[in-house]
Design a binder for this molecule. Structure first.
Ligand SMILES: [Zn+2]
Length: 303
């Protein structure tokens, strides 16, 4: 018969196995999309928090000094890169005094380094011209193939930082890859009859989505990434819409919709409000839920 002491020890062991908090790898991400992927890969061996919310424009996040305190204790910082967070992340990282999460540090993972980047400028581009994408397009989370590569990079880095759980991370990655592949096949089925259809976007947020989906850009409301739409440009887009039969204008829900409404009213194209990321709408807590809504809304407007 087991002695009461042994019973107590066994019970303690059970409790501590169920409470990973003490040993959990603390991951900070810059966006909720990256946080969702980190949770998929890290499961209960990680604690994940995002510095921004899915309802925010990730180019412009308020650099609350409280966030630097969270970064101080981070075991890993995952950012998007390509200057997406240049307006707010560097001061927070500096204030954190966490040397390992500096760019290139052992506890810094820049997601852009795991994917093929689109819109890389051929010549010099400066932010002084108002262009928010001088290093290439940072909005790659709209493509599930690239998200799969980012998940793999996270699994690699977590295994390096937390070797005893390497097999666990590899298994979680495999599960996520399998679910994502199944979802992608379903989404491609919805898109199949719409390949080549053209749509407008507000910002150049959808180039990776278009690359994956087979849909085509008819232009952006912003003449350059980050430059507000001037009326003359909108008038040009109305003509493009009429000439080419553009049926949809996809706009992330953190943008003002006035410009899109003008184009919609004069061209007959439909304004489609989409979430900008995981967390962009209530209950949208996984990557699959997020992209599911994007695909459903856009295909619905193009049919
Ligand atoms: Zn952008």
């Amino acid at each position: 018969m087991t002695s009461p002491n042994l019973k107590a020890i066994a019970l303690l062991a059970l409790v501590s196995a169920a409470l990973p908090a003490a040993a959990a790898v603390k991951i900070m991400t810059t966006t909720q999309g990256l946080a969702a992927v980190a949770k998929e890969v890290g499961g209960d061996r990680v604690q994940v928090e995002s510095l921004s919310r899915g309802i925010q424009d990730p180019h412009f996040v308020d650099a609350n000094p409280m966030l630097a305190v969270k970064l101080r204790n981070a075991d890993l910082l995952v950012d998007v890169g390509l200057d997406l967070e240049i307006g707010w992340l560097p001061p927070l990282v500096n204030q954190s005094r966490n040397a390992d999460i500096q760019p290139g540090g052992s506890r810094r993972l820049t997601a852009a380094s795991a994917v093929a980047v689109l819109d890389v400028p051929a010549g010099p581009v400066s932010r002084a011209q108002g262009d928010l994408h001088p290093a290439g397009n940072p909005h790659f989370m709209t493509d599930p193939r690239r998200v799969e590569r980012i998940a793999a990079a996270m699994a690699d880095r977590l295994s390096a930082l937390d070797g005893k759980n390497a097999a666990y991370y590899a298994q979680r990655l495999q599960d996520f890859q399998r679910r994502l592949a199944a979802a992608a096949a379903r989404w491609q089925g919805e898109l199949a009859s719409l390949k080549g259809r053209r749509l407008f976007t507000r910002h150049r947020t959808m180039v990776y989505f278009l690359d994956w989906s087979g849909l085509v850009s008819a232009g952006e409301l912003e003449p350059r990434p980050g430059v507000p739409p001037p009326p003359g440009h909108l008038a040009d887009l109305v003509q493009v819409a009429q000439r080419e039969g553009v049926k949809a204008i996809a706009v992330e829900n953190y943008y003002d919709t006035k410009s899109a409404e003008v184009v919609a009213r004069h061209s007959g194209a439909k304004l489609v409000l989409i979430p900008g990321d995981v967390g962009g709408e209530p209950g949208m807590d996984t990557y699959e839920k997020y992209l599911d809504v994007v695909v459903t809304r856009i295909t619905g407007a193009l049919r």
